[in-house]
Design a binder for this molecule. Structure first.
Ligand SMILES: *Cc1c(COP(=O)(O)O)cnc(C)c1O
Length: 478
C-alpha cells in the first residue's frame, strides 16, 4: 500500500481557510526556510489511508492472539468509557486538590484493591511500563540496604528462565547479575540458589508462574533462602493472569513487585496505548516508594511526598487513565470474577495443551498455568520445519502466531497463551489449525519456508529491521 506521503499532491488539503490576517512577528532569521514536509491530502485520502492501514492491522478485536508472556486478552469497552469520563480527562495535575477529589479517590481505591490482589501494603502508579516498574522496585531494594548501611549487597539473583527485562533492569540500577539455573522440572534449582545466596545478595527477581508457564511449588522455600541470606524478594507480576484472586505474591514471601496493568488488567497494549507498571511493596519499603502519595485526611484526599522516597520516576501520578481502566476492570469483575478469570485462563491453556500434545512435543508436560511452551526441536529435525516456519504458516490461517524462541532455555519454542477471553469454539478452531499445520509440516516439509503466502508482508529481514530500522521517509523534492 502507498504511504501517506505517496498519496500527497501539491496544493491538496482538508480544509478551506481564509488568508492569514495575523501579522508575522517572528524575526527573519528564526523563520522556517522551506515549507514543512507535511502530506498534502484530501479528507477522503486521509480517511481511506487510515482505513486501509487498520485493515492490515491485527489485534485482539480481530481474532485469536495467543502471544505467550504478553497476555493479549479482550479489553472490555466499559474500561474505555470510564477512563474517558470528563471528570478524569479534563483536569490538570496542578489543579488544587479539593477540585480533583474524585480522581484521588480512584487512585486510592486502585491502590487498596491492587494491594489486596497482590498481598502488598502500598503501591505507586508512577512507573509507565513493566520494565519501568522493575527498575523502580530495584531502586527500593537498593535504598533499603543503603538505609541500613549494608553496602556490600551488590548482586541480584535471576533465574535463567527470566524475562529479558529482569537482568536489564537490575543492571541499570547498578547491580551485578547472578544467573540461577533451572532444575529439569522447569523450577528454580534450589541447590544452586542456596550456593548463590549470601552476604552480597541484594535480592532475587522471580516470576511465578515462571516464563515456561509453571508454578514453582518450592516458592516458600525459595523466598526463605533469600531472606535468610539477608536479601529481598522481587516478584515480576507482569503476568498475573494465572493467579490473580487465587494466590498472592505477598503470601509467597515477596517484598516488592510490579504489575503490568496493560497485560493482566485489561488495558490495551502492543501499539494499543500507554501502559502502567505499578510498583507495590510491603510496609517496611513504603517510605522509599516514588512520587506523590494519596492519603485520606479528615477533609478529603491529600497528596504528600516522603523524605525517604527514591524520587520521581515519572511526572505526577504516571499514566492515570490506564489506572482508571484497570480499576474499572477489577470493580466490574468483583472478587469472585477476578479469580474466575484466572481459573478460566488456566483451564483454556490446559485444554489446548492436552488437545495438541499427541502431535506437538511439550517442553514441560505437566499441568501448566496460563500458558504452555511447545518444543519444536524434534519436528525441525525430522522435517526441516522450524518454530518460525510454523508461526509464519499460522498467519495464512488468519490467526496471530504465539510467542516464538522464548523462553531462551527452550530452543525451538512456541509459547501459547490463549487467555480466559476465548470461547471453547475459538479454541477448537485454533486447535484444528495447529493440527493442520503439523500435518502440512510432515507432508510438505521445507515448502513451509515460503509461508506466509497470504500476508501483505511475508518474511521481513528481522535482523536488518532491528539493526537498521528505516523510520523516516526520504523526501525526493527539496
Ligand atoms: C512483558 C513482561 C515484562 C515487561 O513489561 P513491559 O511493559 O513490556 O516493560 C516483564 N516481565 C515479564 C515476565 C513480562 O512478560
Amino acid at each position: 500500500m502507498k504511504l501517506i506521503f505517496e498519496r500527497s499532491k501539491r496544493g491538496r488539503g482538508c480544509s478551506i481557510l481564509p488568508e492569514c490576517d495575523v501579522p508575522v512577528v517572528l524575526p527573519e532569521g528564526d523563520r522556517r526556510e522551506r515549507e514543512l514536509h507535511l502530506p498534502q491530502v484530501s479528507e477522503t485520502d486521509v480517511s481511506r489511508h487510515y482505513t486501509e492501514l487498520a485493515k492490515q492491522t491485527y489485534g485482539v478485536n480481530d481474532g485469536f492472539y495467543p502471544l505467550g508472556s504478553c497476555t493479549m486478552k479482550y479489553n472490555p469497552k466499559v474500561d474505555e468509557e470510564t477512563a474517558a469520563l470528563s471528570g478524569f480527562t479534563e483536569i490538570h495535575p496542578l489543579q488544587p486538590v479539593h477540585t480533583v477529589q474524585g480522581s484521588l479517590a480512584a487512585l486510592a481505591k486502585a491502590e487498596e484493591l491492587f494491594c489486596e490482589v497482590t498481598g502488598m501494603d502500598g503501591m505507586s502508579f508512577q512507573p509507565a511500563a513493566g520494565a519501568h516498574g522493575e527498575f523502580t522496585g530495584l531502586l527500593l531494594i537498593k535504598a533499603y540496604h543503603k538505609s541500613r548501611g549494608d553496602l556490600k549487597r551488590t548482586k541480584i539473583l535471576v533465574p535463567d528462565s527470566a524475562h529479558g527485562t529482569n537482568p536489564a533492569s537490575a543492571s541499570m540500577v547498578g547491580f551485578t547479575i547472578v544467573n540461577i539455573p533451572s532444575a529439569p522440572d522447569g523450577g528454580v534449582d534450589l541447590k544452586a540458589l542456596k550456593q548463590a545466596a549470601g552476604e552480597d545478595t541484594a535480592g532475587l527477581m522471580l516470576t511465578n508462574p515462571n516464563t515456561v508457564g509453571l508454578f514453582d511449588r518450592n516458592i516458600l522455600e525459595i523466598t526463605k533462602i533469600v531472606h535468610e541470606s539477608g536479601g529481598l524478594c522481587y516478584y515480576d507480576g507482569a503476568n498475573l493472569n494465572a493467579v490473580m484472586g487465587v494466590a498472592r505474591p505477598g503470601d509467597m514471601g515477596f517484598d516488592v513487585i510490579h504489575l503490568n496493568l496493560h497485560k493482566t488488567f485489561a488495558a490495551p497494549h502492543g501499539g494499543g496505548g500507554p501502559g502502567s507498571g505499578p510498583c507495590g511493596c510491603k510496609d517496611f519499603l513504603i517510605p522509599f516508594l516514588p512520587g506523590p502519595r494519596v492519603k485520606q485526611a479528615e477533609d478529603g484526599y491529600r497528596m504528600s511526598r516522603m523524605e525517604t522516597s527514591v524520587g520521581d520516576v515519572k511526572a505526577f501520578y504516571g499514566n492515570f487513565a490506564v489506572v482508571v481502566k484497570s480499576l474499572t476492570y477489577i470493580l466490574m469483575l468483583g472478587k469472585e470474577g477476578v479469580a474466575e478469570a484466572a481459573c478460566n485462563a488456566v483451564l483454556n491453556a490446559n485444554y489446548m495443551m492436552r488437545k495438541l500434545e499427541d502431535l506437538y512435543e511439550m517442553a514441560y508436560p505437566g499441568t501448566c498455568m496460563h500458558e504452555f511452551v511447545m518444543d519444536l526441536g524434534k519436528l525441525k529435525h525430522e522435517t526441516g520445519v522450524s518454530a518460525l516456519d510454523v508461526a509464519k504458516t499460522l498467519l495464512d490461517y488468519g490467526i496471530h502466531p504465539p510467542t516464538m524462541y522464548f523462553p531462551l532455555i527452550v530452543h525451538e519454542a512456541l509459547m501459547v497463551e490463549p487467555t480466559e477471553t476465548e470461547s471453547r469454539e475459538t479454541l477448537d478452531t485454533v486447535i484444528a489449525i495447529f493440527r493442520e499445520v503439523y500435518r502440512r509440516a510432515k507432508e510438505e516439509g521445507e515448502k513451509l519456508h515460503q509461508s506466509p503466502v497470504k500476508a501483505p508482508i511475508r518474511r521481513p529481514d528481522e535482523v536488518q529491521a532491528a539493526r537498521k530500522p528505516v523510520i523516516r521517509y526520504e523526501f525526493t523534492e527539496a
